[in-house]
Design a protein around this ligand. Structure first.
Ligand code: NBP
Length: 480
């Protein structure tokens, strides 16, 4: 009997996906460049389901029923290209090659186009949830052709996380759309993590709370509208004591955040599309700032304000104010991320359903949260709305939060506690709602030094002022 699907690349992610498939009753062919990993999987987990170990690419392909469906779970980049090249030679028209690694969507577009020429379906698929998610139910974001989803979809939906009985997996759209959405998911994850970290820093810096106390605050928040996986694990981390030193664990971890690149990709793509994803950008830059040891050592003795903790009624209110600032900033970060997905969908003709993206992020993935159901509902009610910020419940929450949000950001500024995420989110909120922006002055400056022209508020046309002439005459330049 042939296997209904195959997984190649059996490091932690691939192995767990293969086990998840087998546990759901699928006969799974398994293959890895280094055969030991394949042997190891079958030895340790063979009893969980039906595995068909294959020790060569040819044997692997021969073990699969048609159309063949192969999930590639190897290191992104050159390794993925090598594996694709190898299998493209062995597969036949109609077969489906799934890249479930963290590929850049532009690579996925290139690979999809090349394989389509050969009659193969290439499905770039985002998978989130880490190794636990891969085993117990990840959030899955498959791109590629609608035709490939007809055979592959039911299987992926089976192994995905479920929320209210609905699978956290849906066809995103053609070619690189799945990997694009996964990339933005990770960008939002950066932003969410940064905002939570800043909230921790504020509670500590402004109130003098210990990490264990802050863990309690977060646990309370986690019972309300901030209910999310990231708040939950943050509370766990903050409550943890280092066994060796007896100190709060968070205090013995080096304060240099690393990154594997998806945040950077999101920011680069945001710049290319011209979409202001400032929350994700600040979160990415905050990680890179933390890593600049030489810079930080040199700047360490720069003057700052005294850090006198808050007292009295403002101290009593502060934790609640931070909750509001965090929530409002989170709404901004998600609004920006969804704006970026919409822009890409228009640019590449992907026709992405934003409500469906929010729905499949409700479970399985790192940013899973109660909040995402509200986003799903907002897009379901009005798919064309220009921004989440103005949609019913979010508008109300932001308007209610804005006083607390401003107060938290001013406290941070006054005490010298860096809050790039919370501050940029508030600046975005004030920027988009401003009736007039100083962009008018920027346009005038551009016209002055570069004759870049401008439009006027009171009449049609494009104009240029002759700044070098004493009388500064204005000319309309868009007509012969
Ligand atoms: P790694 O990213 O560490 O990749 C290891 C796998 O790639 C091994 O199976 C290895 O085979 C294979 N491989 C390499 Br490296 N070069 C190869 C080549 N030239 N030809 C064939 N195979 C090659 O594994 P991972 O952490 O399981 O992640 C897999 C993918 O999933 C990555 O793209 C990752 O970004 C993505 N992802 C990871 C997570 C996570 O939480 N870890 C979450 C979401 C997505 P070998 O055994 O022969 O060396």
């Amino acid at each position: 009997e042939k296997a209904s699907i195959g997984v190649t690349g059996l490091a932690v992610m691939g192995r767990n996906l293969a086990r998840n498939l087998a546990r759901h009753g699928y006969r799974v062919a398994v293959h890895n460049r280094t055969p030991q990993r394949t042997r190891d999987l079958v030895d340790r987990f063979g009893s969980e389901g039906e595995f068909v170990p294959a020790y060569s690419a040819e044997a692997f392909v021969a073990a699969l029923s048609r159309p063949r469906q192969i999930v590639v779970m190897v290191k992104a980049g050159a390794a993925t290209d090598a594996v694709i090249d190898e299998f493209a030679e062995l597969l036949e028209p109609g077969d489906v090659l799934v890249d479930a690694g963290n590929a850049h969507f532009a690579d996925t577009r290139r690979r999809e186009a090349a394989l389509r020429e050969r009659g193969l379906h290439f499905v770039g698929t985002g998978v989130s949830g880490g190794e636990e998610g891969a085993l117990h139910g990840p959030s899955i974001m498959p791109g590629g052709s609608a035709e490939s989803y007809r055979t592959l979809g039911p299987l992926l939906e089976d192994i995905a996380a479920k929320v209210d009985g609905t699978a956290c997996c849906a066809h995103i759209g053609p070619d690189g759309s799945g990997h694009f959405v996964k990339m933005v998911h990770n960008g939002i994850e950066y932003s969410d993590m940064q905002l939570i970290a800043e909230s921790f820093d504020l509670l500590r810096g402004a109130l003098g709370y210990e990490p264990a106390q802050i863990a309690e605050v977060f646990r309370t928040w986690n019972t309300g509208r901030l209910d999310s996986y990231l708040i939950e694990i943050t509370a766990e981390v903050l409550a943890h004591t280092d066994a060796e030193t007896g100190r709060p664990f968070v205090d013995v971890v080096a304060d240099q955040a690393e990154q594997k690149g998806t945040g950077r990709w999101t920011v680069q793509t945001g710049l290319d599309l011209g979409i202001p994803i400032s929350g994700i950008a600040e979160a990415t830059f905050a990680r890179s700032l933390s890593g600049h040891a030489v810079l930080r050592a040199a700047a360490r003795d720069l003057a700052g304000p005294p850090r006198t903790p808050l007292s009295g009624s403002s101290a009593q209110r502060f934790a609640d104010d931070v909750e509001q600032a965090l929530y409002a900033s989170k709404v901004v970060a998600y609004a920006q991320g969804f704006g970026q997905i919409r822009a890409a969908s228009e640019e590449y003709g992907w026709n992405i359903d934003l409500g469906s993206v929010a729905a499949i992020w409700r479970g399985g993935c790192i940013i899973r949260a109660k909040f995402l159901d509200d986003i799903r509902a907002a897009f379901a009610a009005d798919p064309a709305q220009p921004t989440l910020l103005t949609s019913g419940e979010f508008r109300k929450a932001l308007e209610e939060a804005q006083d607390a949000w401003r107060s938290v950001v001013s406290t941070a500024v006054r005490l010298g506690i860096p809050t790039p995420g919370l501050s940029t989110a508030l600046a975005y909120y004030d920027g988009v709602r401003a009736p007039r922006l100083p962009a008018a002055l920027v346009q005038a400056q551009r016209d002055y030094f570069g004759a870049h022209t401008y439009r006027r508020v009171d009449k049609e046309g494009t104009f240029h002022t002759e700044w070098a002439e004493p009388s500064r005459p204005e000319r309309r330049v868009d007509q012969p």
